[in-house]
Ligand binder design. Structure first.
Ligand code: EPZ
Length: 437
């Protein structure tokens, strides 16, 4: 798919959908709890969710979709081999490992995938299973864990990992376990809430980055129902998009606390932001202050999933900004594309260096989900020519109704299925002139 974008000033209201990354642990919680029926409300209709549902079907589950509600029937779930093909398409699939261990005390999964944003090993997930007493065998294609888990144990992560922490919780659901050095992203905290709702004795010791879980006395659950929190990365994308395009929008259905780090940075730069309960009003500015050094790290710090988007906005600052992404330092595919648009941006000593730049439209290509969002912002900011963004379909992995929402706030975007159609449309409706440099 190709998106054609033109400079726009966004204005209006936008409603944030349910959280992509809270969906996977919700599925995991239902399976690990042994529920036959899992109802997940406020589910976004995005590709990564559909891939996960396909994987569940391979495991023997059935599902149906009713508006924003997904109903999964797990009565026939088995330890079927799931296909590496689907498993490798997304990262969220990895929670199936912990979920199956929680339910059957056995699991075999192919290697998970996800966006190509650098190394994404699962050594910590395996360490968690080993710490619980599982025997784990792995080769290039599969990871298999078996053997009875300890009734009491301790898992200590070497680094903070979001899905690793989720898996540790899910595989500990029948034991009494202390999990140390945990990730505390809102999606992890939601998983804790999901389990608490169904009587699991689990708590997060925030000051010590520790989770204590005692599942030894829990009761059998037949049916569970979870409602997904709003997607904080979608909300953050809208905030940055409005600020970058000098627009003004009201973002509805947000938990402001979840994007505090983003709001703080934007305010420091000079965007006007008002928080009104579960709504945020943002008004962009013509000029921004640069950020001396933005450190991207685990929650509650600035999220890596918004690093490409803020990189684009900072091109408008009146001085040099630096970003250090400590989570995915190789998440830099947007940089090459921004250069094609005339941006003075580079990577030096593991930092992204952003100098003030006026960008122009160009033919560019997205490589992963968040860089697609960032390049859309770039296309809406760019002067002179239209921007032709290839691989636009990547956006559908994680943003629900993105084009419709963009059009609702007056963003100039048209999407075409293929190259030929694009050429026809360009000849017909626009005065596109390819940029010659
Ligand atoms: C989750 O991925 C999210 N995905 C990602 O969102 C997000 O970017 C990431 O957390 C960081 O916030 C889902 O929740 C499905 P990690 P995850 O394990 O869990 C290293 C998006 O765009 N690591 O917290 O895979 C790893 O290489 C996506 O929505 C190990 O070394 O991320 C990274 O440097 C992209 N060994 C760091 O830890 C391990 O065993 C944090 O990764 C696990 C991770």
């Amino acid at each position: 798919m190709i998106a054609i974008l033109e400079k726009s000033i966004v204005e209006g209201e936008v409603n944030v959908s349910g959280s992509k990354n809270a969906f996977f642990p919700a599925v995991g919680a239902g399976i690990a709890l042994g529920a036959e029926k899992i109802v997940i409300k406020n589910t976004p209709k995005i590709k990564d969710v559909f891939v996960m549902l396909e994987l569940l079907r391979e495991l023997g589950c059935e599902y149906k979709i009713q508006n924003t509600e997904i109903i999964i029937n797990t009565e026939k779930i088995k330890l079927n081999n799931v296909s590496p093909e689907n498993f490798g398409k997304i990262r969220g699939s990895v929670v199936i490992f912990g979920a199956l261990l929680g339910r059957f005390e056995k699991a075999k999964i192919p290697m998970p995938g996800g966006c190509k944003i650098g190394k994404r090993p699962i050594d910590q997930h395996i360490k968690a299973a080993n710490s619980l007493g599982y025997r784990v065998e792995e080769n290039e294609e599969y990871v298999e864990a078996y053997g009875a888990p300890k009734k009491e144990g301790k898992i200590k992560f070497d680094i903070k990992t979001v899905t690793g922490t989720e898996n540790a919780i899910l595989m500990s659901i029948n034991s009494k376990v202390e999990i140390e050095n945990v990730a505390i992203e809102p999606e992890v905290q939601e998983l804790i809430n999901y389990l608490k709702k169904y009587g699991v004795d689990i708590r997060l010791e925030l000051k010590e980055d520790k989770i204590l879980i005692d599942g030894t006395k829990r009761e059998k659950i037949k049916e569970v129902e979870f409602e997904l929190i709003p997607d904080r990365i979608e909300a953050g994308t809208w905030l940055i998009l409005a600020a970058a395009t000098e627009g003004k929008i009201k973002i509805k259905n947000v938990i402001a606390e979840h994007i505090k780090a983003v709001v703080d940075v934007l305010k420091e730069c000079g965007a006007k932001i008002k928080i009104l309960g579960n709504k945020i009003e943002v008004e962009g500015n013509k000029k921004y202050k640069p950020v001396d050094l933005l450190i991207v790290a685990s929650y509650p710090a600035f999220p890596t999933d918004l690093q490409p988007q803020i990189s684009v906005m900072l091109l408008k600052a009146e001085g040099k900004s630096r970003i250090k992404d400590n989570i995915f330092p190789e998440r830099i595919s947007h940089i090459r594309e921004l250069k094609k648009m005339g941006a003075d941006i580079l990577v030096e000593n593991g930092e992204i260096i952003i100098n003030p730049s006026k960008i122009h439209g160009a033919e560019i290509e997205a490589k992963d989900l968040r860089s697609t969002a960032a390049l859309v912002i770039a296309g809406l900011v760019a002067e002179k020519n239209q921007t032709i963004l290839k691989n636009f379909e990547l956006i559908e992995r994680g943003y629900e109704n993105f084009v419709k929402k963009l059009k609702n706030v007056n963003a100039k975007i048209e999407v075409f299925e293929d190259e030929i159609r694009k050429e026809e449309i360009i000849k017909g409706i626009s005065n596109y002139v390819p940029y010659s440099t």
